[in-house]
Design a protein around this ligand. Sequence first.
Ligand code: GFB
Length: 312
Amino acid sequence: MPRPDAKIYVAGHRGMVGAAVVRALEKAGCTNIVTRTHKELDLTDSAAVRAFYEKEKPEIAVIAAARVGGIGANSAANSLFLYENEMIAMNTIWQAAEAGVKRLLFLGSTCIYPRMAPQPIPETALLTSELEKTNEGYALAKISGLKLCEFLRREKGLLFHSLMPTNLYGPGDNYDIVHGHVLPTLIRKFETMKDVVPLWGTGSAIREFLHVDDLAAACIFALDLENPPDLMNVGSGEEVTIRELAEAVKKATGSTARIEWDSTKPDGTPRKLCDTSLIRSLGWKSSISLEEGLAMTVASYRAELAAGTIRL
Ligand code: GFB
């Protein structure tokens, strides 16, 4: 557990992941958490990030800030996903090292692995073959970030390391029908479309889902390791086809609508199950099942909608 008084910067605290990390750190007793909204600090601006670190001088940084989106958002704007995420990663990691941050945890995604990686995907599959085209920009930026951490650790002895979570979901997700990830988008579709729910692709793609509170617990676990691996996968081991996911969301929402598949839309990576043997061998495993997590997330979707705090 980080010391209760350790000054910890969480980048991206208003996003689903950053908010979950802040909740978990607070629950673990941390009282000195530093945050900045996007408006207060533009993470693509190197000079501003440098000034921020010089002023605050955090001891630890957790980088959960990123431009994220589902297959629709990524494939329509690979350039933006590459540019913004590259800038955010380079600035938050490099300037942290310059300002004397002792420990940094960088968060990425399992889309850094090759499209046809062996399944389940081990960390060693990194950079062994071509990336999935629909999210190539995002993946390249995240690969740069994890490599910068690795190089700084090797060259300067800094304890900078990375976690690569599988597809995430949970409270505070983005429910935008066009730009969102599949799981929150399906919740919104089944909650709002009464007769027919149009879904993308063939439904045959396979995904693994992890509740964001499980990822936050993995972050605390990783920050506790004296000598963490440079790169660790974080997953639930529970994989489903998109078709099975759709049935599960339909059930969780109580919808009676008919599903219609639009095979002109992309399936993306055929399968993306990460090998979590490394993190499990060190003593961490997920604890929220997909069924349980889905029920919780449908409830939080409804609560966020009623409270007017939902991101659509
Ligand atoms: O979460 P998602 O958008 O992205 O899921 P990826 C895409 C899968 O769900 C594809 C199917 O197989 C889609 O065909 N799908 C079915 C839908 N209906 C829908 C729908 O209404 N909306 C969406 N979005 N998908 C993302 C990357 O890949 O994974 C990101 O683009 C990130 O960079 C994230 O790495 C974790 O799982 O394909």
